[in-house]
Design a binder for this molecule. Structure first.
Ligand SMILES: CC(C)(COP(=O)(O)OP(=O)(O)OC[C@H]1O[C@@H](n2cnc3c(N)ncnc32)[C@H](O)[C@@H]1OP(=O)(O)O)[C@@H](O)C(=O)NCCC(=O)NCCS
Length: 172
């Protein structure tokens, strides 16, 4: 449903296969503007190839992961992905990414609230996510929205790369 915030038209729409090339494109921009200083350029390239190839994202959709797109004044400003965990009533937020020029306006929190509403409608009772321990701005945004640290995880993602994350969670 379109929402009017100050002077901008904000829409959140479900994304499908046809949206994947545009999502891939802004993911590339977002990761290179946001992650240097948190992970190496080599790791950014590796993780983009792993998680944002059209094949990988098509596989996500086929596995029942939902993708939503955030449109601000007809521009694709961000995207989210969330889906089942195998644990009944627990949903995982896999992705929540906004282009840097759209940060700091409350849009991330609005997008997160939309995802949480969708998950509630589907009967989920809690939501979990992984966030890099050095991704301080994202951790701050999640805390502001009621998420708490549950545990730390160090995951080997191959090619000598690791994800050093907090798992954060919130009751829905
Ligand atoms: C994490 C992310 C989605 C949060 O989005 P965001 O829009 O920056 O965050 P919020 O919606 O919570 O915005 C809150 C900020 O906007 C400000 N703001 C301005 N107008 C606002 C409004 N109407 N409502 C709420 N906040 C508003 C707040 O004061 C706050 O500023 P602060 O961070 O300086 O305290 C976004 O920063 C992002 O995409 N980061 C890069 C990718 C990433 O790390 N993703 C998470 C991976 S796990």
């Amino acid at each position: 449903m379109p929402v009017k915030t100050s002077s901008a038209d904000v829409k959140i729409l479900n994304a499908g296969q046809d949206d994947l090339p545009a999502i891939q494109d802004i993911a590339n921009t977002i990761w290179y503007e946001h992650y240097p200083g948190i992970i190496s350029h080599r790791q950014i390239a590796y993780m983009l190839a792993l998680d944002y190839s059209l094949d990988a994202m098509n596989e996500d959709l086929a596995m029942g992961i939902s993708m939503d797109k955030l449109i601000v004044d007809e521009t694709l400003a961000g995207f989210a992905a969330y889906g089942p965990t195998g644990r009944e009533e627990v949903v995982k937020l896999h992705k929540l990414y906004l282009l840097q020029s759209f940060h700091g306006q409350g849009l991330g929190s609005m997008f997160l609230a939309h995802v949480e509403d969708e998950c509630r409608k589907r009967g989920y009772k809690s939501i979990i996510l992984n966030v890099n321990k050095n991704n301080h701005d994202a951790i701050k945004a999640y805390r502001r929205n009621g998420y708490a640290n549950q545990q730390s995880v160090l995951a080997d993602i191959g090619d000598g790369f690791f994800m050093d994350d907090y798992v954060m969670t919130k009751m829905l």
